[in-house]
Design a protein around this ligand. Structure first.
Ligand SMILES: Nc1ncnc2c1ncn2[C@@H]1O[C@H](COP(=O)(O)OP(=O)(O)O)[C@@H](O)[C@H]1O
Ligand SMILES: [Mg+2]
Length: 224
């Protein structure tokens, strides 16, 4: 958590500095004789943009802080997957992604926070869609599957047919603020991992053959 706070404050310092700088610039442009409204407007626009950036970072922090207040109930993970797929269907369709679903946990109950687990799944699905944006030469296919794993856990996998991940990058994708996207924040996977670990499970990725990436997570089956 300490490491995360360090990178969050690092990440906030930049937009805050830009807001202060552009705020001073706005005041300077306005106090010109006559006021330079064009320049003032540009500087104010940068303030709004940087403020939005800072807000995104804070939202990420809030999602993480929530994990201390998990609302645990008995859940059928397959139900949770179906709920998220209902939400994601439009987005999958819009990006020309074919969805395959194979849910087979046998409805073994887990203890989990429904909303947070939905968040994890949605993040993995949206990442999969992003990864397939550039794909034109073959089918864009997203597979969501679940099974009862040997370890007394339910395991969920989200697989895409995107370009896959450079093994060197694969080490870093779970770090907070690591992103390869121009408009990415890089908080998704680190939040997903901390949610899953708060459930006593694990989240990891593996390359998919012949192409693409698979993300898997486990949640222990609840006994008694
Ligand atoms: N399914 C995937 N295929 C390829 N790369 C991925 C996939 N999911 C995540 N990544 C890589 O991991 C990085 C971090 O992901 P994430 O933490 O969700 O942040 P963001 O989506 O904002 O970039 C992405 O920028 C991307 O480089
Ligand atoms: Mg993401």
């Amino acid at each position: 958590m300490g490491e995360l706070v360090a990178s969050l404050s690092h990440e906030l310092r930049q937009p805050v500095a830009a807001i202060v700088m552009n705020g001073s610039a706005t005041l300077r442009w306005l106090s010109r004789e006559p006021p330079d409204l064009e320049e003032a407007r540009d500087a104010a626009t940068r303030i709004v943009r940087e403020g939005q950036r800072a807000d995104e970072v804070i939202r990420g922090l809030r999602a993480l802080a929530k994990k201390s207040g998990l609302q645990m109930t008995a859940l059928d993970v397959d139900d949770v997957v179906n709920e998220v797929l209902a939400l994601a269907r439009g987005e999958l369709h819009r990006h020309g992604v074919t969805l395959r679903v194979d849910l087979a946990t046998g409805s073994w109950p887990v203890r989990g926070d429904r909303v947070q687990l939905q968040q994890v799944l949605l993040n993995l699905i949206l990442n999969g869609i992003d990864a397939m944006r550039a794909v034109t030469a073959h089918t864009r296919e997203l597979t969501v599957s679940s099974t009862l794993a040997e370890t007394g856990s339910v395991r969920v996998s989200v697989e895409d047919t995107g370009a896959g991940l450079d093994p060197e990058l694969a080490q870093r994708i779970f770090e907070p603020f690591f992103t390869t996207k121009a408009d990415g924040l890089g908080m998704g996977l680190s939040i997903c991992r901390s949610i899953i670990e708060a459930h006593g499970g694990q989240l990891w990725m593996s390359p998919r053959i012949p192409r693409g990436t698979a993300f898997h997570f486990t949640v222990p089956v609840s006994v008694g």
